[in-house]
Design a protein around this ligand. Structure first.
Ligand SMILES: Cc1ncc(COP(=O)(O)O)c(C=O)c1O
Length: 411
């Protein structure tokens, strides 16, 4: 996309409006959460202004309208990830809840002592602590695949870790720290060969690349709306219908039942079986608006622009001898660069950059085992979205040099 097109897209984001905000903000913390375009904010506001009712319940106009809008949002998500049927789309709060749902409703039920769960060292805690719990409860063994020289998943190690004992492979489609992306289709093919179920944490994938669950043949996918231009509090757990159908509910209560007797209950079919209680209807509608936004811009255009930005940032940062980079050098990666400035704590880097209105992320990025593996207590991370520009990266590079000076290192 050319500069003018990106500048047009920026206008859709109130947060990036310099006049309204009174300053020029360089927002490089998109891996944590993206900013929201006006069409998404309007969709949420419109729902609460004119469409608000509890879906699947009231036999009145607004109740039916809310039901229609909520189910239409499910259809939008279904098409977005190319699921076979809308019943495979379960609305949850976020990726974390989606992974917990898989853990409680599938893994705790179907995994046994000695079974193996295979994850990588770069998993976010939500795709790691969850499986520690499952392993502790079931007696299953949690196995890790480590990194190759490019800080990507070591594919040879992955292949040799697979065996008929592997019952679940749960990997981030894209790492939030080293930026590595995996070949989901190939990983799934290999895992299926040994009979394992595949769950992909797509939190850092769905905002950037086209997700195609049928082409990839994955069993589960989890992602959060807030990282892909939608509000917080809405996310998706996709599961193949055959799996969802045999899984037990995660939560119990209203709207997930078929018949309730005094001592027992029969449950609704998926996805309702997993959506107990009043749902985040406004969030689902706004997620559909975010998807419409992404489709209008073009998911492939988003991907291409973000890859170009990341490549540019990576190269510029590599030229600075005081910067140590931990993210992969591969062109095809998650749009982020993780790094440290030699001799400077990451929080100091962030604090100094903040004085120039540059927002970056620092810390362990909810990936403590990875940081242990990298022998770093914490790292800095810049992460990009469709509205970021090459000029912002130039400004950031300039100010990175300032950080050195502020911290007393000279030029
Ligand atoms: C790879 C990955 N997985 C899972 C999560 C958790 O997402 P959420 O906090 O929206 O549940 C994140 C959040 O940063 C992430 O980057």
């Amino acid at each position: 996309m050319n500069k003018e097109q990106i500048l047009e897209i920026r206008k859709e984001f109130p947060y990036l409006d310099e006049d309204k905000m009174g300053r020029k903000i360089v927002y490089f913390d998109n891996g944590a959460t993206s900013q929201k375009p006006k069409c998404v904010i309007d969709a949420l506001s419109n729902y609460y202004s004119y469409e608000n009712a509890n879906p699947h319940r009231g036999a009145h106009y607004l109740g039916m309208l809310a039901t229609e809008k909520y189910e239409s949002a499910r259809e939008t998500v279904k098409s977005f990830i190319n699921a076979k049927q809308p019943e495979e789309i379960v609305f949850v709060r976020n990726t974390t809840e989606a992974l917990n749902l898989i853990a409680y409703s599938y893994a705790l039920e179907y995994l046994n002592e000695g079974d193996e769960i295979l994850i990588s060292i770069y998993e976010h805690h939500s795709n790691l602590v969850t499986w520690q719990y499952v392993a502790q409860k079931t007696g299953a063994i949690l196995k890790y695949v480590y990194l190759d020289d490019n800080h990507e998943l070591d594919m040879e190690a992955f292949k040799s870790s697979l065996s008929e004992k592997t019952k679940l492979v749960s990997l981030a489609g894209a790492s939030n720290t080293v930026g590595a992306v995996i070949d989901v289709k190939e990983i799934t093919r290999l895992a299926h060969e040994v009979g394992a179920v595949v769950s992909i944490d797509a939190a850092q994938l769905s905002p950037h690349v086209r997700v195609d669950v049928q082409d990839w043949d994955v069993d589960f996918i989890s992602f959060s709306g807030h990282k892909m231009y939608a509000p917080m509090g809405i996310g998706v757990m996709y599961g193949k219908y055959e799996l969802l159908d045999k899984m037990v509910p995660y939560m119990y209560g209203g709207d997930m039942i078929e018949y309730v007797y005094e001592q027992n209950t029969t449950f609704a079919k998926p996805a309702a079986k997993f959506e107990a209680g009043t749902q985040n209807v406004g969030g689902a509608i706004a997620l559909a608006a975010a998807i419409d936004f992404m489709e209008r811009v073009g998911v492939e255009n988003i991907h291409e622009h973000e890859l170009a930005l990341t490549d540019y940032a990576y190269k510029k940062m590599s030229e600075l001898e005081f910067v140590e980079i931990y993210s992969t050098p591969s062109y095809n990666r998650s749009p982020l660069v993780s790094f440290n400035i030699k001799g400077v704590h990451s929080h100091d880097v962030s604090t100094v950059l903040d004085t120039y209105d540059i927002a970056i992320r620092t810390g362990h990025h909810c990936a403590m085992p990875l940081h242990g593996y990298l022998k770093q207590n914490s790292t800095c991370r810049v992460s990009f979205a469709i509205y970021n520009t090459f000029e912002e990266i130039d400004f950031f590079i300039d100010k990175l040099k300032e950080v050195r000076k502020v911290m007393g290192y000279g030029s």
